[in-house]
Structures are given as C-alpha cells and as structure tokens.
Design a protein around this ligand. Sequence first.
Ligand code: CA
Length: 225
Amino acid sequence: MRLLVVEDNEELAELLAKGLRAAGFEVDGVGTSSEAQAALASIRYAAVVLDLGLPDGDGTALVRELRNRRKDSIPVLVLTARNGVDDRVSGLRAGADDYLVKPFAFAELVARVEALLRRPGQILGTSMRLANVGFESDSRQVLIDDKRHVLSPRETAVLEILMRRKGNVVPKQLVEDQIFGLSGDVASNAVEVYVHRLRKQLADRGAKVKIHTVRGVGYMLTEDE
Ligand code: CA
C-alpha cells in the first residue's frame, strides 16, 4: 500500500518515510501543499499523512479541497505540532480522519495509519493484484484471469484484507474485525469458516494464490507456486 507523506521538515520527513517503509508501506514524500496536490492528482494513495504547517499554506485547506471539491474520501491522518485544541478540531472539521500531535511515538503513528486503512466501509479506491487474481475495492469485484466472480460479502471481505497485505501475516483479529466490524458476538471459529470457504472458492475458480494459516497468529496470502 502506498502512502503519501506531506511534511516540510526534511529530517522528520525522512524519519517518517523510513519508519513507514519498515512497517511495510511504500512511501512517497513531498514537502509542500502544491506538491501534495500534484501527487494526489496523479497517484491513487491508500492514505495521506499530512503535516498541518506547510510553507505554502495550511494543511487543512488541502483536506478541505480533497473532500469538498474532489469528493475524495482518501484517509487523512493529520500531524500537528500545535498544542491548541482549535487546530486539531479544525483539521478534523475540514475532513481529516484522525490526528497526532508532535512529538509522537512511531509505533503510535503506524498503529493510527493501520487503523485508518482497516476502517470498515472505507472506500480506498485501490485495485490490487496478486498472480491471476485482481480485486477492485471501489466496486468490490473479484477478478480471476480477468473474469469477474461473485463471492459472498464475507468471503470478499476476507479476500480484501488479505490482498491489502499480501505477503504479510494478517492477524486473525484483524480478519475478524474486517468481516464482522463491531457487530458483537462472533462464533469462535467464524474466521476459520470463512477462510475455508474462500480457499475453496479460489481453488475451484483456478486462482493461483494460496492462503496460508500461521498457527496462533493469522493468515497470509501468497502466490501459489
Ligand atoms: Ca511543518
């Protein structure tokens, strides 16, 4: 998943990029609001990490532009050095999804970004691909060898979260959150049931991917070699 980091402090920008890459993200970095606009217009990012104090304007204006003019629901995490409650509130009012006040612990930043990316119902507008399997998150279409397949909503949800983190272990809890959201009591083997069904659906349709079970941890999707 590719993130855009908008931060004019070069030292911090480098630190952010390095840490987020270590956490498994691809990162593009820019230092001004206008560069951010250009990047957002040409590339579909999974999320934006946005410093509010930029040399060519306030980051909240960028968020407002995204939400109001471009109707873009891309998740935005605002970074602010300011202490005033007003700044944070105005960031959120402009349409940011979350904020973090500098200085922050890096683990906290990664956790917040991951939380934004797994928010149920979030339209990320990305299309993902692994081997002969494609997934369009806007339309929730599953493509195998470029042919459209209809899976159940829950099987689709499992596939989506595994595709988003292909090649990485996805904790079982995260899969469960993705399928059931906050809908309360979930049978203890429910995730296994849906993963089992998804495996069968994929195998029956000739998908060249494999869902590995990592015992006691979760699941991982890879190409089937
Ligand atoms: Ca700044």
